[in-house]
Design a protein around this ligand. Structure first.
Ligand SMILES: C[S@@+](CC[C@H](N)C(=O)[O-])C[C@H]1O[C@@H](n2cnc3c(N)ncnc32)[C@H](O)[C@@H]1O
Length: 344
């Protein structure tokens, strides 16, 4: 059985998480401008190299458990054991907490899966062979065939246990969700976005989060169910963020000039939204081809340093990580603690 995705070169002992072993800095900085940049490498290894308190906010969507094969060694989501997946992400997000400013926030999008019923294989997706994993991880101990695993809440509780403040569970309702062939349960049409913070007090622009009221012409505090259509992005063989899901997070969690982190950058949607909103950002992505898509979307393709397709070895001088320390305010930024978050 394949241990780590479908790439036999990535096989390892069941349960082992190579990215958790300390490794060298085998990553490449594909481009940097001001304090924005894309780093190709494993999220955990790269994060360990970044200075603490560098980012006002982190917005990300990690690979979901056992769903997609990105075809690269060290990919997250290919763990055979659910607990190892949760531990792996908890370790990555512990580093995220370290590199956040004390008043920083973390917006985590995560979706759920059903158990395989101990079927160790998965039909290929004929329309898009790059999409799915060819195997399914075994049913976790204590669960049964057809059980919903509850990955988002298991992860949220693990992060809470690890020291994060769990401030909100936002339901991302997808009106144009994929149809499912099931006949014994409703079709899944939502995922979660958790708002987590490093401290009890944190930067949160309450006004930026207002939405139109349905009962009068005024505005009201944004509710926890966000209806946002998915937007197909043909160049990437995976789910990309719709920009309109990210925009309110960037507006509420940062001010102009702040620096945002996405440790699972994919095609770079968080970077694109930050660029439009006048925020700096740093994205980390394991797969060079996806980093390249992000470079195109950001209009940086021509400006990149040497960047060799298919390589995660350094192709340029190591990144000047001291650039990021400019992102750290000399004095702690006064928290815009609002009536709303004081009450809740
Ligand atoms: C759900 S996708 C992110 C999509 C992104 N939000 C977008 O809008 O394009 C998850 C990404 O994590 C990357 N990834 C997987 N394992 C990783 C690791 N260990 N370190 C960094 N990135 C990783 C995958 O290659 C994939 O691009």
């Amino acid at each position: 059985m394949k241990r780590n995705g479908s790439n036999p070169k990535c096989r390892r002992e069941e349960g082992a998480v190579p990215s958790l072993q300390s490794g060298g800095s085998t990553f490449a900085f594909t481009h940097s401008r001001n304090r924005s940049g894309i780093i190709v490498g494993d999220a955990l290894r790269v994060l360990r190299e970044l200075p603490e308190s560098s980012f006002r906010c982190c917005i990300t969507s990690p690979p979901y458990w056992g769903v997609r094969d990105y075809g690269v060694c060290d990919q997250i989501g290919a763990e055979m054991d659910l607990d190892h997946y949760i531990d792996h992400l908890t370790a990555v997000f512990r580093e995220v907490r370290r590199v956040l400013t004390n008043d920083g926030s973390f917006w985590l999008n995560i979706g759920d899966v059903y158990t395989s019923g101990n079927r160790g294989w998965r039909d290929s997706d004929k329309k898009n062979p790059a999409r799915g994993m060819s195997y399914r991880p075994p049913t976790p101990t204590g669960l049964k065939p057809k059980d919903l695993v509850g990955v988002p809440w298991r992860l949220a509780f693990a992060l809470q246990q690890d020291g994060w403040y769990l401030r909100s569970d936002i339901v991302w309702y997808k009106p144009n969700c994929q149809p499912e062939s099931v006949k014994d349960r409703p079709t899944r049409s939502h995922e979660y976005v958790f708002l987590l913070t490093k401290s009890e007090d944190y930067y949160y622009d309450f006004e930026a989060m207002r939405e139109p009221s349905l009962t009068n012409g005024n505005t009201r505090n944004r509710r926890t169910v966000w209806s946002v259509n998915t937007e197909p992005f043909p160049e990437a063989h995976f789910a990309t963020f719709p920009p309109s899901l990210i925009e309110p997070m960037v507006s509420a969690a940062t001010s102009v000039g702040d620096c945002v982190l996405d440790p699972f950058l994919g095609s770079g949607t968080v970077g694109v939204v930050c660029q439009r909103a006048g925020r700096d950002f740093v994205g980390i992505e394991l797969k060079p081809e996806y980093a390249e898509i992000a470079l195109y979307r950001l209009g940086w393709k021509d400006l990149r340093h040497e960047f060799k397709r298919g390589s995660t070895r350094p192709t340029a001088e190591p990144p000047d990580l001291s650039l990021l320390t400019d992102a750290v305010p000399a004095q702690p930024i006064p928290t815009r603690r609002t009536e709303a978050n004081r009450r809740s």
